[in-house]
Design a protein around this ligand. Structure first.
Ligand code: C2O
Ligand code: CU
Length: 469
């Protein structure tokens, strides 16, 4: 490697380490953020939260504690969310998975200064059921998310309501995040070289801001609405008794039919809408939602660990029957693709940026520049985008703002599409060695970003601006 004389980068891959996950007693009741509608106020602020039992850590949140409320609206609703920035630095909100006008999307150029406010207003006409929201300031996203700024955003459609899926106490919104906590239970953010390469991984896995969480369930089906809100960690979700569960929806809405799976790899930014069947379990049964080890070159997949403990503590009649069909899954109205763009993603080994130890993660060899437009797209165009990680050795969950896409193919690595890729996506995992092609259509004019959702990679520069007109 040239340009790296001040830092020895050789053997970096071999040296990569992911922190070992702490074993926890799993005896802290799971908490849920309150549910609000689309006309609430969100204020980013410092808060106190007991993520670790017995500790009061200093966090950021959009409410009293860590994280933000679960926003729940019906499709077709006019949303008007007043955002107040009570931080001491700039921030904003990106509505990840919502199709909103460019001016409302939380582009890195659309910042809300400390002490200022901004009202995000948009009408949601999409069928997506599970979005989330988080800040998007360039070079500060990773820190702000790790400190606690994120929340779920659920869009309900009449068709979905008619399915009678488990709701109320049987519907569990779950934000899964690993945190690096100090002795006071405060998330600390001080990335090293290893962290910039791997993503900032914590040793404590939290669900809705609770480490070692326990949730009592009845003998019923439960709907788990999961977002991987971690900076860099992938979870290979499974149940500790190896039972199958059902994937019913993904980033862009419900699938056409439930997909039975026994494990599901979920990368940062991706969502999974799941059904878990506890109806045949006996009282006293204990089942963990866990992450099983997974293959791949990355150090993070080597360890398996528990995430959330379920204990069946009561018998209830089960009125729900798993439907054979979930209706018509949302699809693109895409016509024939008029253009294919290929993006080389990952670490540019040209050495250009290595001396600075910053800007190593690039797209097509370029580090993000806020004011440079990298790709011009014609409004209404249907295109194929190809993400090429064939020479890379890190997983990259690639995320497009402004549109959903259909994953067309994956070659190299896993060499197949996954269950979540049967539905519309806004984030697709490209593992080392893989080349993934997506089909998408650009129906919203304006400036958007496309980036890796490993937030350390994003902040390091693995992002580009594209403009639709
Ligand atoms: Cu979830 Cu550009 O982000
Ligand atoms: Cu990446």
């Amino acid at each position: 490697l040239t340009g790296c004389n001040t830092h020895d980068m050789s053997g970096m891959d071999a040296a990569e380490t992911a922190p070992t996950i702490n074993e926890l007693p799993f005896d802290t009741p799971l908490r849920f953020p309150e549910t609000v509608n689309g006309t609430t106020t969100l204020s980013a602020r410092a808060a106190t939260e007991s993520m670790l039992k017995g500790k009061a850590g200093r966090v950021l949140g959009y409410r009293e504690g860590v994280l933000g409320p679960t926003i729940r609206v019906s499709s077709g609703t006019d949303v008007s969310l007043r955002f107040q920035n009570n931080l001491t630095e700039k921030t904003n909100i990106h509505w990840h998975g919502l199709l909103v006008p460019a001016a409302m999307d939380g582009h890195p150029t659309q910042m809300v200064a400390a002490g200022q406010s901004f009202t995000y207003s948009f009408r949601l006409n999409q069928a997506a059921t599970m979005a989330w929201y988080h800040p998007h300031p360039h070079e500060k996203t990773a820190k702000q998310v790790h400190q606690g700024l994120a929340g779920l955003f659920i869009v309900e459609t009449p068709a979905e309501k008619a399915l009678g899926l488990p709701s109320g106490a049987y519907e569990l919104p779950l934000v899964i995040q690993d945190k690096r906590l100090d002795a006071t239970g405060t998330p600390t953010y001080a990335p090293t070289m290893n962290d910039v390469m791997m993503g900032y991984m914590g040793e404590t896995v939290t669900v809705n801001g609770v480490a070692g969480a326990l949730h009592n369930v009845a003998t019923r089906f439960y709907r788990l609405r999961i977002v991987n809100g971690s900076n860099g960690r992938l979870y290979n979700l499974a149940l500790s008794n190896d039972s199958p569960f059902w994937l019913i929806g993904t980033d862009g809405g419900l699938l056409a039919a439930p997909e039975s799976v026994t494990s599901l790899l979920l990368a940062p930014g991706e969502r999974a809408d799941l059904l878990v069947d506890f109806s045949k379990a006996t009282v006293g049964t204990e089942v963990f939602l866990r992450s099983n080890p997974f293959g791949g070159a990355s150090a993070q997949g080597r360890q398996g660990f528990n995430i959330l403990r379920f204990v069946v503590n009561r018998t209830e009649a089960e009125p729900f029957r798993l439907p054979a069909s979930l209706g018509t899954a949302p699809t693109l109205s895409a016509g024939a693709a008029t253009q294919t763009r290929t993006f080389n993603i990952g670490v540019a080994m040209s050495g250009m940026n290595m001396g600075a130890m910053k800007g190593m993660h690039t797209i097509n060899g370029k580090v993000y520049s806020m004011n440079r437009v990298d790709e011009q797209v014609k409004l209404g165009a249907t295109e194929i985008w190809e993400f090429d990680n064939s020479a890379g050795d890190e997983p990259h969950p690639m995320h497009l703002h402004g549109t959903f896409f259909q994953v067309l193919s994956r070659t190299g690595g896993r060499n197949a599409l996954t269950a979540t890729e049967k539905g519309l996506k806004d984030t697709v995992l490209v593992m080392p060695g893989e080349r993934v092609r997506i089909l998408t259509q650009f129906n919203t004019p304006g400036l958007f970003v496309f980036h890796c959702h490993n937030l350390e990679h994003e902040d390091d520069g693995m992002m580009l601006n594209y403009s639709v007109s």
